[in-house]
Ligand binder design. Structure first.
Ligand SMILES: [Ca+2]
Ligand SMILES: [Ca+2]
Ligand SMILES: [Ca+2]
Ligand SMILES: [Zn+2]
Length: 326
């Protein structure tokens, strides 16, 4: 395709994606059996729905008190793909959203929100490699930005990585061990390309970061809970993974090398229960994508962003405004 025609194709795809955002996938049958084997990559056929259902079947077999509700990913600019949200279950298009519950005894962190950086997977390996110390510092800066945001009247506290395996999706999908989450938000590390190909055909070529939202379920019925009766499913925790197939840098312009802090700031928005925001469209005469409004939570990464923009703050306040104060 020429640049112009590919741009138009992208614009068309974006229109469809916007319309489809709340439409639950129906083409994949409900999970029937099977436990994904650890340490051997599962076969999802490049379907995020299949991946989510495989993982939830595994969790159910293990009598976990949580399931994956949905996954969100963000894409790199210029890859002709827009970030998506994919739900694990078709609930008749009635997705109510998910939010942490203050003082939820199942979380055990009171009204604080905690995060952990998995230091064992924090180094990058494509282009000029980054150390865990470099990426962890960028993660800490991004978390601080959310911590001091308007309406962040609750503490966002870092939990130290003790070395115990803090993440489980990698293990269920066969890329590591099935660990235990210790924080509300786990920055689970940089994963190889094959991990991202499990969620979309060629996913590793355009997915930069991916965040999974787990919700608590009744351990007998498996039905999602809403213990605080706010009409939203109760978030259990989030796991975020970053694509090691791309080159990263610190304070880059986000073109050849992706700026870690920009990517993390976006993914941490999902960690704080926020979704994607904004329309994305191409302009034919200059061949560039435009975002309206421009936001950290746009579904495609564009310019570097180390601070929140208007709709990011508004979305954050709509989610956290009624949370108990510090
Ligand atoms: Ca793990
Ligand atoms: Ca990890
Ligand atoms: Ca709730
Ligand atoms: Zn996203």
């Amino acid at each position: 395709m020429t640049r112009l025609s590919s741009l138009l194709a992208l614009a068309a795809a974006l229109t469809v994606a916007a319309c489809d955002q709340d439409r639950a996938p129906t083409e994949v049958a409900a999970p029937t059996s099977g436990v994904a084997l650890a340490r051997k990559p599962v076969n999802t056929g490049g379907s995020a729905v299949k991946a989510l259902q495989l993982m939830n079947a595994n969790l159910a077999t293990r009598h976990a008190k949580f399931q994956i509700d949905h996954v969100e990913w963000v894409t790199r600019s210029g890859q002709q793909q827009v970030g998506q949200i994919v739900f694990a279950n078709d609930r008749g298009n009635k997705h109510t959203g998910a939010h942490f519950v203050p003082n939820d005894p199942r979380r055990g962190h009171g009204n604080a929100i905690t995060y952990l950086v998995d230091q064992s997977d924090g180094a990058t390996h494509t282009g000029a490699a980054l150390t865990n110390a470099q990426t962890e510092a960028a993660i800490d800066r991004a978390m601080h930005t959310w911590d001091v945001a308007a309406c962040s009247k609750f503490p966002i506290i870092k939990v130290t990585d003790t070395g115990a395996d803090p993440d489980l999706i990698d293990g269920i999908l066969g890329f590591g061990e099935i660990g235990t989450p210790f924080a509300d938000i786990t920055h689970a590390g940089w994963m190889p390309a094959a991990f991202f190909d499990l969620f979309a055909p060629g996913g590793s070529t355009f997915i930069v970061g991916i965040t999974f939202t787990f919700i608590f379920v009744d351990d007998v019925t498996g039905v999602p809970t809403d213990i605080n009766h706010d009409g939203e499913e109760d978030t259990a925790f989030h796991e975020t993974y970053y694509n090691d197939a791309f080159p990263y840098g610190i304070n880059t312009d986000n073109t050849s090398a992706l700026d870690v802090e920009t990517v993390v700031l976006h993914e941490s928005g999902h960690g704080l229960d926020q979704g994607h925001f904004g329309k994305i469209f191409g302009t034919v005469n200059n061949g560039k994508l435009h975002f309206a409004p421009l936001a950290v939570m746009n579904a495609i990464l564009s310019t570097p962003k180390h601070s929140l923009l208007g709709t990011d703050n508004a979305g954050h306040c709509s989610i956290w405004g009624s949370w108990p104060h510090r």
